[in-house]
Ligand binder design. Structure first.
Ligand code: GLC
Ligand code: CA
Length: 555
């Protein structure tokens, strides 16, 4: 019997970014039938659930995170019949489905907003946040997460609407109970279609301090206090839980940036009945500088390790962790935390070992199981609205010389994650027979699913083995207590102690060979070089990015 026996605690979850996964009809854009055709692939990898980024009707300003109809499928992805077929295909293969739930904002083209903007007294006016301008400008000086003012003036009534993201994504007014009810109805619609869970976009941004006063000092820090984990946020989640999540048995994962473990526990402690999991961002934010994420720096491995340890220890017994190193908003993990050149395979496997053996639910982002890498794009090849906003702002403010800004976007930008999935070495990488909507990474002739599935020592096969290994030692990997052991900087050594067995993980996060203590009684179970690390006298010699999972025998 497991202590943590909910399906989402035992699952390995795979994230699909539909636009870039598989194109079923040759228009260059991934779609639902493309995904249905790859269910066998997901099954053979061994994942238990899929989180699908948005497939709803959308003008596509933020690639589907700007929704104009919550209950319709965007024709670019297919039809509702295609969706129903996909749900059956997943369920027939024992795979659960988690939908993206984008409820902080809609598209400007959503019917609610089209009605809302018409007059100051229409019934939908308060679905969004409208204010009069001040001194001939915006109501206050808050800025959007993607840069520029958080307010846009609408000519029809002459008032401004509030948007934390692009001006095409007006924020819903969560203070309005009708909005909360309407969102519950949307959730019910998908639950009744058989969906098993929701990933809640910008979950901790829903509540705002609607005084909208100008921020006069410590701008960034004080701005965050206005809408991150603000006031009534927990009431909103208790309401959604009661009306929707519990009612339909939906698993929930809230995207919660800038959230520390204490705040995280307020969302995910089971007795609070809010969310099941959150995505926290501490380890995604280690490199930030003066211009936020737009910074050349990379984080030393020790910082990453410390952050992982902090979350392992501080959430223990309080709430369940989610584990991830990348997603559709982040650079590729092998390029960011590993070495995507000489040690690509080794470092990708090393990160996989950590992802799959810490306590929590691991999320694999599409292509990560192939060690897909960052791409280098020219400015006119880029697609991401966040990058576009930054480059435009940089043109005006001159933070960086233009080429430097483009180089930074190539390091940190979101397009890195969104290049098409590399299925084979043929034209279009097996992703499309048409012209791909975003450039395919030219490395696809080497890095692709077909080649890796055949190669027993590939990153893909390593993921598959790790997932199976985790499953066959569920008790220790799910319930087992985490404990970090002392080891030299740049290495991460820890144990997971379960009821019946203890596992030890050794990982070298650097390109140097490092010797570390391990104790005597370890038997190698999984390792990322052809043979396990060299051991002797209670020590292991870890080659560049070498990692292993050991079973502690005879303790
Ligand atoms: C979340 C999504 C991101 C999107 C943003 C606005 O952070 O993950 O892709 O741009 O919300 O919806
Ligand atoms: Ca298509």
């Amino acid at each position: 019997m497991l202590k943590n026996d909910k399906w989402w605690q035992r699952a390995v979850i795979y994230q699909i970014y539909p636009r870039s996964f598989c194109d079923g009809n040759g228009d260059g854009i991934g779609d639902l039938r493309g995904i249905t055709g790859k269910v066998g692939y997901l099954r053979s990898l061994g994942v238990d659930a899929v989180w699908l980024s948005p497939i709803y009707l959308s003008p596509g300003v933020d690639n589907g995170y700007d929704i104009s109809d919550y209950c319709a499928i965007d024709p670019v992805f297919g039809t509702m019949a295609d969706f129903d077929e996909l749900v059956s295909a997943f369920h027939n293969n024992g795979i659960k489905l988690i939908m993206d739930f984008v409820i902080n904002h809609t598209s400007v083209e959503h019917e609610w907003f089209r009605k809302s903007r018409r007059s100051t007294d229409n019934p939908y006016r308060d679905y969004y946040i409208w204010r009069k301008g001040k001194n001939g400008g915006a109501p206050c000086n808050w800025t959007s997460v993607f840069g520029g003012s958080a307010w846009t003036k609408d000519e029809i009534t002459g008032e401004y609407y509030f948007h934390l993201f692009t001006e095409a994504q007006p924020d819903l007014n969560w203070e309005n109970p009708d909005v909360r009810k309407a969102i519950v109805e949307v959730g019910k619609f998908w639950a009744e279609k058989g969906v098993d869970g929701l990933r809640i976009d910008c979950a901790n941004f829903l509540a705002k301090n609607c005084d909208f006063e100008d921020i006069t000092e410590n701008f960034d820090e004080n701005l965050r206090k206005k809408f991150i984990n603000y006031g009534p946020i927990h009431e909103y989640f208790r309401y959604l839980n009661e009306q929707l999540f519990s009612e339909y048995g939906l698993a929930t994962i809230g995207e919660c940036s800038r959230t520390d473990p204490n705040e995280a526990a307020m969302f995910v402690s089971p007795d609070r009945r809010e969310l099941d999991l959150i995505f926290q961002f501490e380890h995604m934010s280690l490199e930030e500088g003066e211009h936020g994420k737009w910074n050349r720096a990379s984080a030393p491995p020790e910082r990453l390790i410390e952050s992982l340890v902090k979350w392992q220890t501080s959430m223990a017994g309080r709430g369940w962790n989610s584990l991830y190193f990348d997603n559709h908003d982040q650079p590729r993990m092998v390029s960011r935390f590993g070495d995507d050149g000489k040690y690509r395979a080794e470092s990708a496997k090393m990160l996989a070992v950590i992802l799959m053996t810490l306590q929590g639910t691991p999320f694999i982002y599409q292509g990560t199981e192939l060690s897909m890498r960052n791409i280098s794009l020219k400015r006119d090849e880029m697609n991401d609205c966040e990058a576009e906003n930054f480059l435009a702002e940089n043109d005006v403010c001159g933070y960086y010389p233009p080429e430097e800004a483009v180089a930074i976007v190539n390091l940190k930008g979101r397009d890195n994650a969104r290049t098409p999935m590399q299925w084979n070495g043929g034209t279009g990488a097996g992703f499309t027979v048409g012209k791909p909507w975003l450039k395919i990474n030219p490395d696809y002739s080497d890095i692709n699913a077909e080649a890796m599935i055949k190669d027993k020592s590939s990153v893909w096969n390593f993921y598959r083995e790790l997932i199976a290994f985790r499953r066959s030692h569920e008790e220790v990997f799910i319930d087992g207590v985490f404990s970090r052991l002392g080891s030299p900087a740049g290495t991460f050594v820890y144990t997971r102690t379960g009821r019946d067995e203890t596992m030890c993980v050794t990982a070298n996060l650097t390109a140097r060979t490092i010797e570390t203590e391990i104790g005597h009684c370890l038997r190698p179970e999984m390792f990322n070089y052809a043979e396990p690390p060299l051991t002797g006298n209670g020590k292991a010699l870890l080659r560049p990015y070498e990692s292993a999972v050991w079973k502690v025998v005879d303790v």
